[in-house]
Design a protein around this ligand. Sequence first.
Ligand SMILES: [Fe+2]
Ligand SMILES: [Fe+2]
Length: 167
Amino acid sequence: MLAVSPKVVEALQNALHHELVSITQYTSHHEVFESMGYPGLSKMLFDDAKGEMAHYEQIADRLLFLDVMPRAKGKIEPLLLDPPDIVKMLEADRELESAAITEYNEAIRLCFKENDHGSRGLFEKMLVEEETHYDNLDRLLKLIETHGAPYLARLAAQPPEMGAGGA
Ligand SMILES: [Fe+2]
Ligand SMILES: [Fe+2]
């Protein structure tokens, strides 16, 4: 059996929690955007949720490979606004991506120190995908900021150009 660093296990469990929060929030936003009449935005968030689900699976796999039961700790509290506010919801989604980028960069440094390069490789792969998610949301928010209501009206009619999935 492989010698496992408890610090790396903790980082993997924290990542599991982060992915669960993202899956829950993006799936909720996907449903809210759909109900508001924004099918393109709705699809973008659904694709993101699927990407985070793939991350969840990969982290759970890694923990099981290390003989640790994959348990996510902490509360799952997606940001839901009533009435919905598209910009604030997208900003909260971008914030989750930003937090994942910070967390996974730290995890990569930790894995390197603990000499667990298998886990480091997983964090590196996920980091690049979170950066893409962040970039897509950031670009979208900047377009909304620049063009305002007319751009939002266009979004209601057609999907944004970028696909923010990335498993
Ligand atoms: Fe993720
Ligand atoms: Fe992400």
